[in-house]
Design a protein around this ligand. Structure first.
Ligand code: PMP
Ligand code: GLU
Length: 396
C-alpha cells in the first residue's frame, strides 16, 4: 500500500536506534534472553527532587496549554543555565522549549532549509540528523572522519565540504555515537573557517554536555563571532534521566526562535506543561546533583573499553563523553562466522543479535559503515555478560 503514502514518507528511513530497540523488545517478549545495548537511554531514575516538582505541577493544575515557546519561568531558568554552564548570554526571546531535542532539531530544519540547501554533517553523526535534514528538503553532506582522528572533523575537512549551497553545519559534542568531545581550541579552529562564510549557520547539539569525562566543555556559540549564527540545542533527557518527559530547548538568534515558535504553533503547541515545570527544577539545579550518574557512566566507559580491547580484531578509541562506544569492526568483514558471511556492519550487528543475543546499532545509521554502536547505559553486570557473549561470538 506504499503507493498510497506520500513520497515524503516512502523516502524516509526508519530510525535505526528505535528499530533495534523495538526488535530487541520483541525478541525478549518471545522469551529470548536478549541484552539490549541499542537504545541510548540512562538506566537511572529521574532524581527525586525533580519528580517532586512534576507531582507538584500536577497538583497545582499545570494542566492547560503553556505558551507555545514554553513557560516564561522555564525560559528564564534556561537563560540562567546557559549563563552558568556555557558563558552564553541568551535572553528569553532566544529560547524555544519543545517536545524533546528531537523536535527542536526538526523545527530548525523546517525553518532554515529550502530544497537543495546543503547541511554539512561530520560523520559519524546522530542517526536522526540525516533524515530530518532530508525530510526538510535539505541535502546532507557527510564529512567522513575515522577512529584515527578520534572521529573529529578537521578545519580543512570542513572547508573542503563547503559549497555555495551550504546553509548549515550540524554536530553533537559530546558526540552520539563516537563520544568525542571537541575542546575549545578545536572549536576555535572550526569557527575560524566559518568566519569566512557568514551565511553558514551551526547547530550545536549539546544534549550530552554533562555526561563528559574530559574535564572541559565548550559551546561553539561562546567562541567570538559564533553567537549570532549558532543554534544551541539541549534538553533534559540524558543528563537528568528524563527521556520520557520529552523536553528539549534551543538558544538561537531571535528571528530563528520566532520561526521555530511559529512552526511549533501549527504542529504541536507548547510542550507538556507538567514536564516543563519539572524542567525548571532540573535546569536550575547545580550540575553536581548529576555526579553519581556521571561517575557511573565514567566507570562503565572504562569497563567496556577495557573489555573491548581484549577482543582481537576490534579497534576502539576512548570516548570522552556520552554513553556510547563506537568500535571499528571492519576487520571482520568478508569473514564467514558460523555459516553467515559478514559483509558489513549491519551483518555483524545482526550476527551479534542472533549469536550473542546482544542488540547493538549498525554504524551505517550514523554515517560510518566500519563501526557498530553499543550504549553502555546499563549495569556493570549486564555489560560484563554482554561483552563476554560478544567476545565468544566473535572468537568463532
Ligand atoms: N540529539 C542527540 C545527539 C541524541 O542522542 C538524542 C537522543 N535522544 C537527541 C538529540 C534527542 O533527544 P530528546 O530525547 O530530547 O528528543
Ligand atoms: N538518542 C538515543 C539514541 O541514539 C535515543 C533513541 C533516539 O531517539 O533515536 O539511541
Amino acid at each position: 500500500m506504499n503507493h498510497i503514502l506520500s513520497d515524503r514518507i516512502n523516502n524516509l528511513a526508519t530510525s535505526q536506534t528505535l528499530a533495534m530497540a523495538a526488535l530487541a523488545r520483541e525478541l525478549k517478549a518471545q522469551g529470548k534472553d536478549i541484552i539490549s545495548l541499542s537504545l541510548g537511554e540512562p538506566d537511572f531514575n529521574t532524581p527525586d527532587f525533580i519528580k517532586e516538582a512534576a507531582k507538584r505541577a500536577v497538583d497545582e493544575n499545570y494542566s492547560t496549554y503553556s505558551p507555545v515557546d514554553g513557560y516564561g519561568e522555564l525560559k528564564d531558568a534556561i537563560c540562567r543555565k546557559f549563563k552558568r554552564d556555557n558563558e552564553l548570554d541568551y535572553k528569553p526571546a532566544n529560547i524555544v522549549v519543545s517536545t524533546g531535542a528531537k523536535q527542536s532539531l526538526y523545527n530548525i530544519a523546517q525553518v532554515m532549509l529550502n530544497d537543495g540547501d546543503e547541511v554539512i554533517l561530520p560523520a559519524p553523526y546522530w542517526v536522526s540528523y540525516f533524515e530530518i535534514v532530508k525530510l526538510s528538503g535539505g541535502v546532507p553532506v557527510e564529512v567522513p572522519t575515522s577512529i584515527d582522528t578520534d572521529f573529529k572533523m578537521t578545519p580543512a575537512q570542513l572547508e573542503a565540504a563547503i559549497t555555495p549551497k551550504t546553509k548549515m553545519m550540524w554536530f553533537s559534542s559530546p558526540c552520539n555515537p563516537s563520544g568525542s568531545v571537541y575542546n575549545r581550541e578545536e572549536l576555535t579552529a572550526l569557527a575560524a573557517v566559518l568566519e569566512k562564510y557568514p551565511n553558514i549557520y551551526v547547530v550545536a547539539d549539546e544534549i550530552y554536555e554533562h555526561i563528559n569525562f574530559s574535564g572541559t566543555f565548550c559551546s561553539i556559540a561562546s567562541i567570538p563571532g559564533m553567537f549570532d549564527k549558532t543554534i544551541t540545542v539541549n534538553g533534559v533527557a540524558k543528563a537528568f534521566a528524563m527521556t520520557g518527559y520529552r523536553i528539549g530547548y534551543i538558544g538561537a538568534p531571535e528571528f530563528i526562535a520566532k520561526a521555530c515558535t511559529k512552526i511549533q504553533g501549527q504542529v504541536t503547541s507548547g510542550a507538556n506543561s507538567p514536564a516543563q515545570r519539572a524542567t525548571i527544577t532540573a535546569v536550575d539545579s547545580d550540575p553536581s546533583v548529576l555526579k553519581h550518574m556521571v561517575d557511573a557512566f565514567h566507570s562503565r566507559r572504562d569497563l567496556v573499553v577495557g573489555l573491548l580491547k581484549e577482543i582481537p580484531g576490534v579497534k576502539i578509541n576512548v570516548p570522552e563523553g556520552a554513553f556510547y562506544v563506537f568500535p571499528d569492526v571492519s576487520s571482520f568483514f568478508g569473514k564467514t562466522l558460523r555459516g553467515t558471511e559478514i559483509k558489513n556492519a549491519m551483518d555483524l550487528s545482526m550476527y551479534l543479535l542472533a549469536e550473542a543475543n546482544v542488540a547493538t546499532v549498525t554504524g551505517d545509521a550514523f554515517g560510518n559503515p566500519d563501526c557498530i554502536r553499543f550504549s553502555y547505559a546499563t549495569s556493570d553486570d549486564i555489560l560484563k555478560e554482554a561483552l563476554k557473549r560478544i567476545k565468544d561470538a566473535l572468537a568463532a
